[in-house]
Design a protein. Structure first.
Length: 648
């Protein structure tokens, strides 16, 4: 019944205090809102079925009639930019009036934790917050809301507010700094909508229809539909899906006895304390994929009799748990403590083996909670500690695994639930464009992301009836270990997908962040520069500003005798190198895995790379690692975009 309670609580959270049942306007229309200038303004709401509705904005009124289900929708002629204006809806003798409405530009900012990252957390936060008051900059922070089907209701406490030291601390810093820059340069009211969820995967932000077009998500969507009917049924379907994936994907389950069984010999496996990310274990510093944990405890007959409770603490990201070869549980979520019920008969007197398979898709991985929180509570009330060292063995790297299954109803790591709860409520609300900062949670599958990112862009433009709206993408910042050798990188691969997706879309822009991350912290605090770079692309795409600086971008790579010439676009007065006469961070590759570092020399709009000895190169890569050292810039201080390009 616990799953049903969670679903009911989530559904109740979807209702906003400002969205009482007798409201005429949809939730997004509130006091202090910003409505999009320069084009017809869609406004909608609810009234009695068939009732005539008069909607007034400023001095202009429009009439319509609610349909058979009471829904009404009008398109209003925008008044002059600025305000404030009143927006009202009248049905019979009843009128609802919204005040302090501004006409300006509206941007929707979304993504995972680096977009959710609040102003109170940035570098120089106290000063930034104290100086954040601007009555012409309006903020709407969308509270987290994960739903199995779309809703037209905003989550509770999602309220339009003017920017001030009271409203900005928890608002998206990257979004705020983008908006602040646009306020300074465009001199019009700016409305910012922040709808983000830390750790979220892109799959959770697309509509169901778009997911079906982007990949094989039918099974996940079917399980999600089952969850809405019965969480217990969905859990059974999910368990079957997970077991099938582990059996098919992981070689450790294809021998007998396999690693889950008590007879398996794990004596050659390294011993580790069951706490902290496995990246601290020798030879696992950069490991993403599946790894296997095992431990054994000895129980008395009284302890083994009856049901018991197994607690393993949080596990990053997905686990499957066996006791004496019998599957007893599995869950998803990097910070969710695992608690599993052991039915009578699972435990036995004497030696009992606990085996835990863990899948990590990026960042920290493993059984990372405190060791003393891992325990068994037996039927006789005794508590058996599992804090003694376990055996741990890496099994399969993420690159060698098919895309892992995810519980589709879990917010942030599910399937379409964040679109349903945090995007769908906006209907076709008028926007200037979108800003997207996400990808860290998808670095394990750049190929899949190459379908999902353009799918998301098309999906949201269609949902908001804004086919030409600019779509701004923050390319992933530097994070993770630096490397002394040229090697494959999921982070670099995903950055390349972001670059190519943006290059293929004339209404998209890329904010390069390769030089403003933190190799030791996935959440860099310099969001001021992220916001400024987003605003530069916004100025170019939304306002036709041809003076806005852009990052140098590769145009070509060609063999010229014993060198490769990489030509660049968007270089202004010329390329520059910082702290060296040479351009560093370049690789020449004979194959995708056969790469070597080379230093380049700037010659006009080209960077010239000596071929030297070895196999003839077919690819050039630049800044191709988690945390590369790159020193090639344009004259306006923006770094060249990381890339991979074939040699002609």
């Amino acid at each position: 019944m616990k799953l049903r309670a969670v679903l009911l609580a989530t559904t109740l959270l979807a209702a906003s205090p400002a969205a009482a049942q007798d409201r005429l306007f949809a939730d997004v229309f509130q006091d202090h809102a910003v409505l999009q200038r320069g084009k017809p303004i869609p406004v909608w709401g609810q009234a009695a079925a068939g009732a005539p509705v008069t909607v007034t904005l400023g001095e202009t009124s429009t009439e319509t009639r609610a349909d058979g289900e009471g829904r009404w929708h009008v398109s209003l002629t925008p008044p002059a930019t600025g305000g404030p204006y009143a927006l009202s809806a009248r049905v019979a003798d009843r009128t609802e009036t919204l005040s302090d409405i501004l006409i300006g530009d509206v941007w929707l900012c979304s993504g995972q934790s680096n977009m959710e990252f609040g102003l109170r957390q940035v570098t120089n936060a106290d000063t930034e917050v104290a100086a954040s008051a601007d009555p012409q900059l309006r903020l709407l922070h969308v509270a987290r809301n994960s739903l199995p089907s779309p809703t037209d209701r905003l989550p509770a406490n999602s309220v339009w507010k003017a920017a001030s030291p009271e409203s900005t601390p928890h608002f998206s810093a990257a979004c705020y700094f983008m908006g602040r820059h646009l306020r300074q340069t465009q001199q019009v009211p700016i409305g910012l909508i922040s709808s983000s969820w830390g750790g979220s995967i892109i799959e959770d932000w697309l509509s169901a229809d778009s997911l079906l077009k982007a990949g094989d998500y039918r099974e996940s969507l079917d399980i999600l539909a089952a969850y809405e009917r019965s969480p217990e049924e969905a859990q059974r379907l999910w368990n079957t899906s997970v077991d099938r994936w582990w059996r098919a994907a992981d070689p450790s389950l294809k021998t007998r006895p396999d690693w889950t069984e008590a007879a398996f010999d794990d004596s050659a496996w390294p011993s580790v304390k069951p706490e902290g990310a496995w990246e601290a274990v020798p030879d696992m510093a950069t490991f993403d994929g599946t790894a296997l944990y095992r431990t054994a405890v000895t129980l008395t007959a009284a302890q083994a009799r009856g049901a018991a409770r197994l607690e393993l603490g949080p596990i990053d990201d997905v686990d499957v748990v066996f006791v004496n070869g019998r599957r007893v549980g599995g869950a998803q979520g990097w910070d969710t403590p695992r608690v599993y019920t052991l039915e009578p008969g699972v435990l036995r007197p004497g030696r009992n083996v606990i085996a835990v398979g863990v899948l990590d898709t990026g960042g920290g991985g493993g059984m990372w909670g405190p060791a003393d929180k891992k325990l068994i509570t037996a039927a006789d009330g005794s508590v058996i500690s599992l804090a003694a060292p376990w055996r741990l063995k890496p099994s399969a790297t993420l690159a060698d695994l098919p895309p892992p299954p995810r519980a589709p109803w879990i917010g942030g790591s599910g399937t379409t639930t964040l679109y349903n709860g945090m995007i769908a409520p906006f209907g076709d609300y008028g926007l200037t464009g979108f800003a997207w900062y996400q990808g860290e949670s998808n670095v394990g599958d750049p190929v899949g992301y190459s379908r999902l990112l353009p799918g998301l862009m098309a999906d949201w433009r269609r949902a908001f009836d804004a086919p030409e709206a600019p779509f701004l993408v923050v390319q992933l910042a530097n994070y993770g270990p630096a490397s002394a050798v040229a090697q494959p990188s999921g982070w670099a691969g995903l950055r390349e997908v972001q670059r190519r997706t943006v290059e293929a879309d004339p209404r998209a822009g890329l904010a390069v962040a390769i030089d403003i991350g933190d190799r030791y912290d996935i959440h860099p605090t310099n969001k001021q520069e992220v916001g400024r770079r987003l605003a530069l692309e916004a100025r170019r795409l939304a306002h036709g500003d041809t003076t806005a600086a852009r990052s140098p971008s590769p145009a070509s790579a060609r063999r010229d005798g014993d060198v490769v010439r990489v030509g660049f676009d968007r270089i202004g007065t010329g390329l520059i190198t910082l702290s060296s006469a040479q351009a560093v961070g370049f690789e020449l590759c004979a194959t995708a895995t056969g790469c070597r570092f080379v230093s380049g020399a700037v010659q006009g709009s080209d960077v010239v790379l000596p071929i030297g000895q070895g196999a003839a190169p077919s690819l050039v890569r630049f800044c191709w690692s988690e945390s590369p050292v790159c020193n090639l810039y344009g004259p306006d201080g923006l770094p060249a975009v990381p890339f991979e390009i074939g040699i002609q």
